[in-house]
Design a protein around this ligand. Structure first.
Ligand SMILES: Cc1cc2nc3c(=O)[nH]c(=O)nc-3n(C[C@H](O)[C@H](O)[C@H](O)COP(=O)(O)OP(=O)(O)OC[C@H]3O[C@@H](n4cnc5c(N)ncnc54)[C@H](O)[C@@H]3O)c2cc1C
Ligand code: FES
Length: 286
């Protein structure tokens, strides 16, 4: 079992942090890589990026949004409990180089994925602008850690409850008006990554995005995570998850991500019914 040594609700019932004891993975991981975790032996395999690692303590940190059946099950796991399986590190690590001015843009739980990449970019000697976006102040995760890394920090929210009211693209436009950065890294919802890539395209600013297609085996064998990049078919689990934002077919990715919406909703309903029945049972027993 991979034991949870720390659990935090970054957003109550919605965004959960688990620090997990997994020494071998913690020692090998580099920024941009992910793990596949299973709550039980027969459970669903869920890919999650490592938001942090501590090779000395032998722990990896994942931060996930509760969106369906499996992430709801993960959220119910408490400190001292654990995951049946944790496989990794998977995927290609980010190329970290000193290039000059790097703009790191994170949206929602994409901020967690961005965190180790932004830190490594800063450690490599780059000037860092960090732009974070969330629907409201409650969902603005890792704000302190990310602002501490940044030379310039901008936060925006849909409702104006933290930072400026607006989208990350508004903040990017202001940043681009001051000069052309060498690199933009954008991680968040697919429409956000698409919008950022369109904004940097005219000036040919190298733009990296991290994709989250449905994954099954995570080994490049099943084809579940295929994405179109340029005129090629790529597998996000082994060729990615990072790709050149100017070459990604974001519309195809969105279509594939919504292909199983009905089945996912049905699985969540069954999970919810079981949880409610379990809670009613334990109420009767006590
Ligand atoms: C490389 C990679 C890294 C990721 N890192 C993070 C992370 O750090 N934090 C985080 O909150 N989420 C991350 N995700 C997304 C996360 O894997 C999904 O939210 C999760 O699988 C949903 O499972 P579920 O059973 O709770 O929901 P479901 O009911 O199965 O699905 C809910 C939604 O999640 C999407 N989804 C379902 N299964 C997968 C899957 N296997 N892979 C990708 N998306 C899926 C569906 O399109 C759907 O919109 C990552 C995905 C990938 C591919
Ligand atoms: S998850 Fe099976 S090929 Fe990538």
């Amino acid at each position: 079992m991979f034991k949870i040594v720390k659990r935090e609700e970054l957003v109550p019932s919605s965004v959960i942090l688990h620090e997990i004891h997994a020494p071998r993975v913690a020692q090998k991981t580099r920024p941009g890589q992910f793990v596949i975790v299973k709550a039980t032996e027969t459970g669903e395999r869920i890919p999650l990026t490592m938001a942090d690692t501590d090779p000395v303590a032998g722990t990896v940190t994942i931060i996930f949004m509760v969106v369906g059946k499996s992430t709801a099950l993960f959220a119910s796991l408490q400190e001292g409990e654990g995951y049946a399986d944790l496989i990794g590190p998977l995927g290609r690590a980010t190329d970290i180089e000193k290039v000059g001015h790097v703009v790191c843009i994170g949206g929602g739980t994409g901020i967690a994925v961005l965190h180790p990449i932004a830190r490594a970019m800063k450690e490599a000697g780059n000037r860092l602008t960090v732009i974070l976006g969330a629907r409201s102040a409650d969902f603005m995760i890792l704000k302190d850690r990310m602002s501490a890394l940044a030379d310039t920090f901008i936060s925006v929210s849909d409702d104006g409850s933290t930072g400026k009211k607006g989208f990350v693209t508004d903040a990017l436009q202001e940043t681009l008006a001051l000069g052309k950065p060498e690199l933009v890294v954008a991680i968040g919802p697919v429409p956000m990554m698409k919008a950022v890539s369109e904004m940097t395209r005219p000036d040919g600013i190298h733009t990296l995005v991290s994709l989250n297609p449905i994954m099954i085996d995570g080994t490049g064998m099943c084809g579940g995570c295929r994405v179109s990049v340029g005129d090629k078919v790529k597998f996000a689990c082994v060729d990615g998850p990072e790709f050149d934002g100017h070459a990604v077919d974001f519309d195809g990715l969105s279509q594939r991500l919504s292909a199983y919406k009905e089945e996912e909703q049905a699985a969540m309903e069954i999970h919810r019914c079981r949880m409610e029945a379990q809670a009613a049972n334990s109420d009767q027993q006590s």
